[in-house]
Design a protein around this ligand. Structure first.
Ligand code: OAD
Length: 252
């Protein structure tokens, strides 16, 4: 079978599996937002001023220089503010609307799934449009641009921080529990635009597969998990996700 025939066959297989599934779980990473203009973590352009994102998105950096970290997050919010969901985000809303049991796990903090209209979103790494008090832990949405420095909690007066998971921090235990409960019971899992190098999200596809799910990966390029999953589709999320989800057959 030629490669285009194999790709078409794989797309049809995935469409069929999704149509038949009662419980569908989707895991997204930075790649799904790339076509909206959000920079990916491991792509080009990772520097802000002279800093790497991975050096500023840490509890140590915030303890050392909270103003610098807040300037970095205000910059990131400024970049994200005008961006819009793309065809892949929109197709996942269609999928949610017609699936009896649907959950969307995302590693993205950009809020684009919610902007598209997705409802059952579990944010593994938090949300850049929310803040959390370092003292009392109170969380609230805060869309000010920029957030004036220093931001203080109205309830207890302690410093606010972005409500995101930083490098070296653990994921919220309730969020993780919800993720694993859903990974254990889904019939089909679709892993979209994640490089598969940051745990625990990286191994969630294998975990679902070990619990009986049919696992599909969509990515521009192969990942460490591509060969292990049931199907790996190579290409842009903005093209492939609508193709596997829309009711009408794919045109190619
Ligand atoms: P990465 O930047 O590591 O990976 C993005 C993936 O998307 C790569 O595998 C690309 O090949 C793929 N990709 C890029 N454009 C795409 C497109 N148009 N369509 C489909 N795939 C595309 O981002 P993540 O895997 O999300 O964590 O990174 C995981 C975590 O690492 C992030 O959530 C962040 C980071 O450190 C925290 O901040 C805690």
């Amino acid at each position: 079978m030629s490669r285009p025939d194999q790709v078409a066959k794989n797309i049809e297989l995935v469409r069929e599996k999704i149509r038949q599934a009662r419980r569908v779980l989707v895991l997204t990473g930075a790649g799904i937002s790339a076509e909206s203009g959000v920079p990916t973590f491991r792509g080009a352009g990772g520097l802000w001023r002279e800093y790497r994102a991975t050096d500023l998105a840490t509890p140590e950096a915030f303890a050392r220089n909270p103003q610098l970290v807040w300037e970095f997050y205000n910059y990131r919010r400024q970049v994200l503010a005008p961006l819009k969901p793309n065809a892949a985000h929109m197709a996942l809303v269609t999928l949610e609307n017609r699936t009896p049991d649907f959950v969307l796990l995302t590693q993205n903090i950009d809020g684009l799934h919610q902007a598209a209209g997705s409802r059952a979103v579990v944010e593994l790494h938090g949300n850049i449009w929310w803040v959390r008090c370092c003292g009392c832990g109170r969380k609230s949405e805060d869309r000010r641009l920029p957030i004036p420095y220093p931001p203080y909690c109205e309830a207890c007066g302690a410093m606010l921080r972005p409500d995101v998971v930083w490098f070296g921090e653990s994921l919220d235990s309730h969020v993780l529990q919800t993720a694993y409960d859903n990974l254990e019971r889904c019939d089909v899992m679709v892993v979209i635009g994640t490089s598969g190098v940051v745990q625990p999200a990286a191994s969630m596809g294998l975990y679902a597969q070990q619990h009986g799910a049919f696992v599909v990966e969509i990515n521009l390029e192969p990942t460490p998990y591509s060969r292990a999953f049931n199907v790996s589709l190579l290409g842009k999320a903005g093209e492939l996700v609508p193709q596997i989800i829309e009711e009408s057959p794919p045109s190619s």
